[in-house]
Design a protein around this ligand. Structure first.
Ligand code: GDP
Ligand code: MG
Length: 372
């Protein structure tokens, strides 16, 4: 594109040149009305004054999610990976109990003790095969992830208490699974309770369009008691069959990328993030960018809080070393070069700050150009 002077740009933007000169001065650039501007400066000025720049004058837009979508997978490099399963359902219908039974640990007792040791994701071994379970702290987190286009789960298990039936959050779970386009397995829970009515659950789910296989539909309903463990093995076997039909694969040799499952600021350790690796292999020491946060992974632990040096596809890991706390649902990407990671993160931060400051008046530079 043709170089533009400060004076010309000011005229196009219906601004006083002095405003632009002042802004450039704050960025450390001395200029006059006749100074020709670099494309980068034009972009920054446009952002500062709420004007959308046309592509030609914008520095290359780096959009990690787009980059990921554009990755052409070399089929020969794809390897089977463990399924990622999310357990959803109405409050008190037994999600935690089910996860607990699956893991055979005592998360619930910890909760009673007041030390909520929440783990966002973990892997278990079933018949010698690994399965990753996501323990979504709430449907909000899942909604936030989806809003950002993050596709993390391969299968959704919807838990419905047989003594309570379909409730509002059951419907939400169905909507989430449908929107994500992933298969559903229904766990009809609490069948040990006297008031249990599994048929009612099937009827109500069928009304939502989730038709049981035994009625000619394609969704498997498994009767379980998360408390006694009855039916839980069958549920897991069903789940593995559903996973097999998907032929889930990923390239483990690529630079790692994936999604933030949850993140928080720890007083002693700084930003801590649970990442789900979805492609490639993540190593300690890797340089990653997540949103506007970046850093070199200082330490990585698995779901059993054991230090690990690498994480392969579908593995959840907790990492430290990021510059700030990322958001759940943000995509992370690894770079071979720390400097590059740093540059990308800081460019994004700069853009974000400018965008927020100028959310208002938007005028495209194309429109402006026509007026010359
Ligand atoms: P969540 O809110 O979906 O995570 O539900 P919880 O797992 O916390 O369970 C809520 C309550 O239901 C707890 O008191 C559990 O002990 C109880 N519960 C869960 N599953 C079963 C079950 O299969 N049978 C019976 N009788 N109680 C259950
Ligand atoms: Mg729970």
């Amino acid at each position: 594109s043709q170089p533009i002077t400060v004076g010309q740009l000011a005229k196009l933007m219906h601004r006083n040149s002095s405003e632009i000169i002042k802004f450039l001065f704050m960025l450390g650039n001395m200029s006059t009305i006749n100074t020709t501007m670099s494309d980068d400066d034009v972009e920054l000025v446009c952002a500062q004054f709420g004007v959308e720049c046309h592509k030609e004058v914008v520095i290359e837009e780096d959009d990690i999610e787009d980059q990921l979508k554009n990755i052409e997978e070399d089929e020969s490099k794809l390897q089977p990976r463990p399924p990622v399963v999310t357990i959803m359902g109405h409050v008190d219908h037994g999600k935690t109990t089910l996860l607990d039974t699956i893991r055979k640990t005592n998360v619930i007792e910890d909760e009673f003790g007041g030390i909520t040791q929440h783990i966002g994701a973990y892997q278990v071994s079933l018949h010698g095969r690994k399965v990753t379970f996501l323990d979504t702290p709430g449907h909000e987190a899942f909604t936030a992830m989806r809003a950002r286009g993050a596709q993390v789960t391969d299968i959704v298990i919807i838990v419905v208490a047989a003594d309570d039936g379909v409730m509002p959050q059951t419907k939400e779970a169905v909507d989430h699974a449908k929107a994500a386009g992933v298969p559903i397995v229904v766990a009809v829970n609490k069948i040990d309770k006297p008031g249990a009515n599994p048929d009612r659950v099937m009827n109500e789910m069928a009304e939502l369009g989730i038709m049981p296989e035994e009625w000619g539909g394609d969704t498997i309903f498994q009767r379980i008691s998360a408390k006694t463990g009855e039916g839980v093995n069958d549920l897991l076997e069903t789940m593995l069959l559903v996973a097999d039909m998907q032929e889930l694969k990923a390239n483990p040799d690529a630079l790692a990328s994936g999604t933030v499952i949850e993140a928080k600021l720890d007083k002693g350790r700084g930003p801590v993030a649970t990442l789900l690796v979805q492609r490639g292999t993540l190593h300690t020491g890797d340089s990653v960018v997540v949103g506007t946060s970046y850093g070199r992974i200082r330490r990585m632990t698995n779901d059993k809080h054991k230090e690990v040096k690498k994480a392969t596809p579908s593995m959840p890991v907790e990492i430290i070393g990021l510059s700030e706390v990322p958001r759940a649902g943000d995509v992370f990407m690894t770079y071979t070069d720390y400097k590059k990671a740093q540059t990308i993160a800081s460019q994004r931060l700069e853009k974000q700050i400018l965008k927020e400051r100028n959310a208002s008046s938007a005028m495209s530079l194309e429109d402006l150009a026509r007026k010359i």
